[in-house]
Ligand binder design. Structure first.
Ligand SMILES: Nc1ncnc2c1ncn2[C@@H]1O[C@H](COP(=O)(O)OP(=O)(O)OP(=O)(O)O)[C@@H](O)[C@H]1O
Ligand SMILES: [Mg+2]
Length: 292
């Protein structure tokens, strides 16, 4: 595909009839519709014959933080990986439905997943710096994508945006492995930012961090959302309530015939509504801690 294909701006509101889909359609068709970055329609993800998550409909808005919450195994990471086609790297994974990015289906066979991942960056649960210098960790992406910008400037800008510059400016050539866990995670955020994506996906980015490092990442997310669109998976409900604008609550349902559990989206709404006046009892039970 040509790289011109992706940034198309036309967005068609979803018309699916399911309640969540109707809500997504309502959100997508309101005055802020031009701000819809992703429109997920009837998404189902399988690993081999196992349906891991079914019938997901939601929309992700520009310059917002969207949180995915729900019990272990409900498909949060699976769904998150659909936004940058990371599930392509899992041999058994199969995706049905649509993930529209500015109206363009990311799963259209003409779309190049490498191109997708340039626009949609990912930060993982465990900080995973390359065993290289701090400088080279950040410069790596821009270098391979043939950036014409001055690399020193790119590195400084990304580290400043990730609120790490002051702590590392005197040791840029030292190994990134010598940084603390919280610093390593900010380095990974800087590395994701350095290629100038539009979206940053974060899968439990703070679960390996102490409360102080977590607070720094949360502050950082608030600063970054003026320039980026952020999706975060978190098990920490206070974190979802603190940082996100919209929240998607997922749970699992038993498949009696196979004794397996399939994940599903129960409710998607403004974070305020999800935490203070959810419309589904399952959401309420989860956010009030009555269900683990
Ligand atoms: N690579 C894989 N191969 C097969 N099944 C998988 C794979 N990854 C996930 N699954 C299954 O898909 C379902 C959803 O998993 P997923 O990792 O998306 O859940 P999650 O909500 O992120 O859970 P957690 O909170 O524990 O991280 C689970 O039943 C899981 O066992
Ligand atoms: Mg997960």
């Amino acid at each position: 595909m040509s790289s011109e294909t992706l940034p198309a701006t036309s967005i068609t509101p979803t018309t699916a009839a399911a309640p969540v889909a109707a809500r997504a359609a309502e959100i997508a068709s309101d005055a802020s519709a031009p701000n819809v970055v992703f429109d997920v329609r009837d998404l189902n993800v399988f690993y081999g014959a196992f349906k891991a998550v079914r019938d997901v409909n939601l929309s992700v808005h520009k310059h917002e933080i969207t949180a995915f919450i729900g019990p272990s195994g409900c498909g949060k990471s699976t769904v998150l990986r659909c936004f940058d086609r990371m599930n392509d790297l899992i041999e058994s994974a199969r995706v049905e439905g649509q993930v529209l990015y500015h109206g363009v289906d990311l799963y259209d066979p003409r779309i190049d997943p490498v191109e997708v991942r340039k626009r949609i960056g990912m930060v993982f649960q465990k900080p995973n710096p390359f065993p290289k210098s701090i400088y080279d960790n950040i410069a790596f992406g821009p270098k391979i994508s043939g950036s014409k910008e001055n690399l020193d400037d790119v590195v400084e800008k990304a580290l400043r945006q990730a609120a790490l510059w002051d702590e590392v400016k005197d040791r840029l050539k030292k190994s990134a492995m010598g940084l603390s866990g919280g610093q390593q995670q900010r380095l990974c955020i800087a590395r994701a930012i350095a290629v100038e994506p539009e979206v940053i996906l974060m899968d439990e980015p703070c679960s390996a961090l102490d409360p102080i490092a977590t607070a720094r990442i949360e502050d950082l997310m608030q600063e970054l959302k003026s320039e980026y669109t952020i999706l975060i998976v978190t098990h920490n409900m206070q974190q979802a309530a603190r940082v996100s604008d919209r929240t998607a609550f997922f749970t699992t349902e038993v498949n009696p015939e196979s004794d397996t559990r399939t994940g599903m989206l129960v409710e998607f709404d403004s974070t305020n509504t999800i935490f203070s006046a959810p419309s589904d009892e399952r959401t309420e039970n989860y956010v009030t801690g009555r269900f683990g």
